[in-house]
Design a protein around this ligand. Structure first.
Ligand code: ZN
Length: 325
């Protein structure tokens, strides 16, 4: 019977008819680029680069004036909690079509931004969103589904394109995975680059290293080439004691990636040297994880192939609890 094959082709054709369609009208940012929003953003992410807020430092830099952090791009055009939805947009129609075919789950897979010039206070952005592509049906570890790629184009009031953003989601059907009976897949490997290779080499050797600026001595993590405080490119490392506290945490229940066990406690660990890193909190019931909990690093071999620094309640804390009891 050829009906099934023809049916699938027709469904894919229906999906791919959305390619090139604009998602709703062009949307102008509620406010121009401004230093108040920049201040809140850099404080929230802990970015101390002075070119974002200090006019004198910005003037002395290669930028010559205040610039907005490039990765703030999307923040400028967000419409807020009370935004008016465009009923029946191409994106809504596409999602309904995928839902009706059983691809009811969604996960964001990747986002890429490209900047064509710096943004300065006073720039007023508009954004236009277009469905760029819809993939044929794909088998993934989460289930069978279609990747939907959207391209946002950011322009200024002169119509000049200042940046673009690619955003890709997977609309999938968890019931169609058929992977339940197969053996547990291995844990995802870290993305190792020239900037962070030293850190992963340290971990493989059982050391938790922290990058230290060669100019001003400031410690920083995650690894990156330039000091955010003094812009020095020189650095060395110090070895952490491996002791710290849970600064913040989440316990993840869904979506469940097959390589992990759930519920999964994911902690933002503040080391006693002052830097923070994201890791898993282990050897404790996730309901007992709490902010301020003393923890210590444990290097655990994963899949017999590579080592990860995980954190467990510190031995000192165990002893204190035992003596209290
Ligand atoms: Zn420095």
């Amino acid at each position: 019977m050829t009906g099934v094959v023809e049916g699938e082709a027709t469904f894919l054709e229906q999906l791919q008819a959305f390619e090139g369609r604009q998602v709703g009208p062009t949307s102008r940012a509620p406010e121009p680029v401004n230093t108040a929003m920049i201040r809140h953003w850099v404080e929230a992410v802990g970015d101390e680069n002075p070119v974002y807020l200090d006019p004198d430092a910005a003037k002395a830099s290669l930028h010559g004036e205040i610039i907005a952090p490039p990765v703030m791009l999307q923040a400028w055009t967000m419409q807020g909690l009370k935004r008016k939805r465009t009923a029946g947009s191409a994106q809504d129609e596409l999602m309904e079509l995928l839902d009706s075919a059983g691809f009811t789950s969604v996960v964001a897979t990747n986002c890429e931004q490209e900047y064509f010039r710096d943004l300065h206070p006073g720039d007023h952005l508009s954004v236009t969103s277009t469905i760029e592509s819809v993939s044929p049906e794909k088998q993934t570890a989460l289930g069978t589904g279609h990747f939907v790629t959207t391209r946002q184009t950011f322009t200024d009031d002169a119509g000049e394109m200042v940046a673009t953003m690619l955003f890709r989601i997977l609309k999938y059907s968890p019931a169609k995975s058929g992977q339940e009976a197969t053996k547990k897949p291995s844990r995802p490997r870290p993305g190792i680059t020239r900037d962070n290779a030293f850190w992963w080499e340290g971990v493989q050797a059982g050391k938790l290293l922290i990058q230290r600026c060669g100019g001003c001595g400031t410690l920083r993590h995650p690894p990156r080439p330039m000091c955010p405080r003094c812009q020095s490119l020189g650095w060395d490392t110090v070895e952490s004691s491996g002791r710290g506290v849970v600064y913040s945490f989440v316990v993840s229940h869904y979506p469940q990636v097959p390589a992990f066990d759930y519920p999964l406690a994911i902690g933002l660990i503040e080391l006693e040297e002052g830097t923070r890193l994201v890791s898993n909190v282990i050897d404790v019931d996730p309901v007992d994880v709490h902010v301020g909990m003393p923890v210590e690093v444990v290097f655990e071999a994963v899949d017999g192939a590579f080592t990860l620094p995980l954190f467990r309640p510190s031995a000192a804390d165990h002893r204190r609890k035992a003596s209290e009891a």
